[in-house]
Every structure is written in C-alpha cells, then in structure tokens.
Design a protein around this ligand. Sequence first.
Ligand code: G3I
Length: 388
Amino acid sequence: MQSTEAKRWGQKDAGMIGGGCLGVGRVLCCLALVLACAGAVAGETLRSAARGMFPMGVGISDRIGNLTNDWSLLTAQFSMVTPENCMKPNPVQVVEGRFNFTQPDAFMAFASEQKLQVVGHCLVWAKDDRTPPWFYREGTNEASSALLLERMKKHIDTVAGRYRGRVAMWDVVNEALDDGTNYLRPSGWSKACGEEFILKAFEYAHAADPGALLIYNDYNNELPAKREKLIRLVQTLQKRKAPLGAIGLQGHYEIGQVPFKDIEDTLIAMKKLGVKVVVSELDIDVIPRARWWADGGKHREELAKLDPYKEGCPPEVLRQQADDYAKLFGLFRKYAPNIARVSFWNLHDGESWLNDFPWRRVNHPLLFDRERKPKPAFDAVVRVLVSP
Ligand code: G3I
C-alpha cells in the first residue's frame, strides 16, 4: 500500500482551527446545536460539521477564478476542490506532446490563494471517447502496449510532476470497470494492456508525486456485480504492491433509489481489504434518468421533453432528497474512520452537470440552490453530522 511522505491528504480539515472530535471547536459546535433555530443548525457549515470525520470537497467549474459570486459559499463550506474538466487528458494533451496547462495552472493558483486543497482529476480515463485518439495509434496501426504505456508515463510524469507536492489526491484511473459482463471496460487501454495499464498508472503517479493519495475512481461500483470487479481489482493491485491509496465511489444517485445497503456493503468490503474510500462526486438527481438507457433507448424522445421542475422544485421532493442525503451521511459518519473525503459534484444546482446530461432539464441535485442558498438537504446533512 501507499507509503506517504507527508500525508497531505490525511488532515481531516486543514483549514479549520481546533479540529478533532474533542477540541474546543467541537464544544462550540455542540453549543451551536443547542441553540439551533428552525432552519440550519446555527453557525454550522459542512466543513465545520464534518470536522474530525472527513474533509468536505466539491468538484467545481474550471473557471472558478472568474466566478466571484461562488467564492464565499465555496470557501465557507468546503476545504477541497476538484477541477470539473480542465485536468483531464483531453484538454491537457489533446495533441501529442502539446500540453495545455493554462486552465489547470489558474485553477491551482486560485486554490492556493483560497487555501483549498486540490484533488487532481484524472490522469487516465479508461474510456475511448474520453481519451485523445492519438494515444492509441502508431501510424495507421494500433499502438503496441509498450508505446501506450510509454505515452501514459509521459502524460502522468508531466501532469502529476508539474503539481508535485501541491495536489492532495489524484484520481489516477477513472472508470476502467465494465458495466456489462466483462471485467474491464473494453477500450484501447484494456485491449492493448489488459489490467496492467491500471497497475502502471499507479506506479507512474506515485513516482511523479509520492505524497499524493492515489485513487481508483468509478461509478456504480457499489452495486453488487461491479463491486465484485472492484474487489478483484483491489486484490490484484494489492498483490502487485501498487500504491493504491483509496477507492473512489462517485456517488451519482437518483432520488428515492439510493442503494444504501449496497453502499454499506461496499464500505465494509473496502474496510476489510484495508483500503480507504472517498466519495468523490456526490449528487442526488431529482429527475431520475435511468430510463434513458433502458429498452434500447426507446424512451429518449419522451424523456428529452421532460422538465418537470423548471419553475422550482416542489417541497415534497426537496424533503425526500433531504431524507436521502441524511441517510447517506448517516452511513458516511458510521464509516468515517475509513473515509478520506466526501465531495459533491458541483457547487450549486445551477452549475450541476445534471442540467445537461443526459438531456437538458432544470435539475436540483445538490445542497445549495441557484441562489446559492442552503436547501432542506443541507440542514439534514448538517444535523446528521453534528448529532451526538
Ligand atoms: O465548453 C464546451 C462549450 O464551449 C460547448 O459549447 C459545449 C457544447 O456541448 O460543450 C462544452 O464542453 C462540455 C464540458 O462538459 C463543459 O461544460 C462538454 O461538451 C461536455 O462533454 C463536458 O462534460 C463533462 C463530462 O464530465 C465529460 O468530460 C462534465 O462537465 C463533467 O461534469 C463530467 O464529469 C464526470 C467526471 O469527470 C467523471 N465522473 C462522471 C462525471 C459526470 O459525468
């Protein structure tokens, strides 16, 4: 497992004073709880409420430096940030050897000024439509596995090396497990190298930045069939002594359908394997989207017109969402010693990717609304985190 030089990522909330369950801060939190008014628990933020358990993070727009209206919400509530897109292989090295660091550098500078820790995302995205095509090619032929790995090494050395010592955690490999019956997702990576490319990515990332917590990140990997593959991958990486630091459960859920038992079973399984977990991209869609992929896509025309909450999200839906979030954070709290971070995917409802994917609709998946005001789900989460 990973040996760390400086455990950057191990701080439960670097920005808070008096962290730890029994500190002065905690006493003040309890006082705040007693004084709780009808709305939010007075004075609590996500980062203060989660102090001593796990750092609270959020995936944010690459253009955060210009979004000045977001800054106070961001820094009050969160201590870690993930750039939503600008560090991915596609924008960074869309043409071989021509690296573009304009946005990542600006992002890193912003995070440093605001004293926010950074989660790098992601060094390898094991999906063909997310990998610049040149990676896979050698002239008119497919690249050999040796060439693919050489290119991967150069990419990781250059990107992780550039920010060495300044990134707390890296999503090293993203979404390599198959959703169907295969073990690995079919891709140029798995076709040429089998699972070896995953091992190598971790080795290269560790060499480039030995202090960063290195993460394997995926979606639906708490569901039983994919969890089995995840366990197999973790065991293989452990056997090969890969510097795997944590598993990322992306956590893109749908209202009323959060797989609580599967999540708990996965948290237990990872604990048994001795590997930490990060919840890396949490949100709860209030307009369930699973039907988009069902029955060969035959519901898409109808769904593309579905936009039920464009005038606002009804209170009963917000309540259900709050209940779902509360139950989730109850679980995260229960397994907090094995959870290295909980991050949302986007800062507020107006910025969520779920307004555009898989069809355009006005969505409400996060804890803050379009005015950046806390929703019932925010209160529910804080209450769970600070309850005795
Ligand atoms: O910036 C262009 C804009 O100029 C253009 O007009 C527009 C037209 O489509 O596209 C814009 O780029 C989009 C970009 O988001 C910025 O909004 C891309 O098309 C779109 O593909 C891209 O989607 C991102 C997606 O990853 C693919 O990279 C989402 O923002 C981002 O939230 C999403 O994040 C992923 C995580 O990386 C991995 N886990 C799942 C998660 C959600 O899909």
